[in-house]
Design a protein around this ligand. Structure first.
Ligand SMILES: [Fe+2]
Length: 203
């Protein structure tokens, strides 16, 4: 349902890591589930991602709602809103390594992949960006398909309509841009560089 017949949000995704201790911790390096329902994410990596560049890491089988997982989700749902981790409190639950055995999870798999690899994941399952031990750049085309789980239908997606298809990223960015202007401070996503990936090539 998460990935059926809909137009994903797609953009160029560049992760620059410079582990010199001056940056804030990258919140994506903690194992987490994006939300309580299945959702699809994909990365088409344009260059080799070797194991030291902070590859995508996934806990195999953690997308399934086992009895243990349901009990754990319920436990979190009762207390999460007061959790000190802002992202956990918002419903993107973090899972510490000490809790892996409680949920019968195996060690995570690291997806160090060659360039031109497409990695697709149900990010209801636990995943993280492995931390990088040295400065690195990770470049990929990122896609996300996360629909409203309360819609009583699958399929019909207004962003699939002619004229709207393929525009989600621009609409999303325009909204983020407007939000940060109204708040008067820069948001977490902002335009960078001189041209957009969708602009015609310049020579
Ligand atoms: Fe995530």
């Amino acid at each position: 349902m998460a990935s059926f017949d809909s137009d994903p949000l797609v953009y160029l995704h560049v992760v620059i890591t410079n582990p010199d201790g001056k940056q804030r911790d990258d919140p994506q390096t903690a194992f987490h589930s994006d939300t309580f329902h299945s959702t699809a994410k994909a990365w088409f990596f344009l260059y080799d991602i070797d194991d030291e560049k902070g590859p995508f890491t996934y806990v195999a089988g953690s997308h399934r709602l086992s009895k243990e997982r349901l009990a754990w989700e319920r436990e979190q749902s009762l207390a999460a809103s007061e959790h000190k981790n802002r992202l956990h409190a918002r419903g993107s639950f973090r899972l510490s390594r000490s809790e892996f055995s409680k949920l019968n999870y195996p060690d995570p798999t690291r997806f160090a992949v060659p360039g031109n690899s497409l990695v697709v994941a149900d990010t209801h399952g636990f995943h993280a960006r492995a931390s990088s031990g040295r400065p690195s750049v990770r470049v990929g085309i990122y896609g996300s398909l996360r629909k409203n789980p309360f819609l009583p239908w699958t399929g019909f997606d207004p962003f699939n309509l002619p004229g709207l298809r393929g525009t989600q990223a621009r609409i999303h960015m325009a909204q983020k841009d407007l939000e940060s202007r109204l708040r008067g401070k820069p948001g977490s996503h902002r335009y960078a560089g001189r041209i957009l990936a969708t602009d015609p090539p310049s020579y």
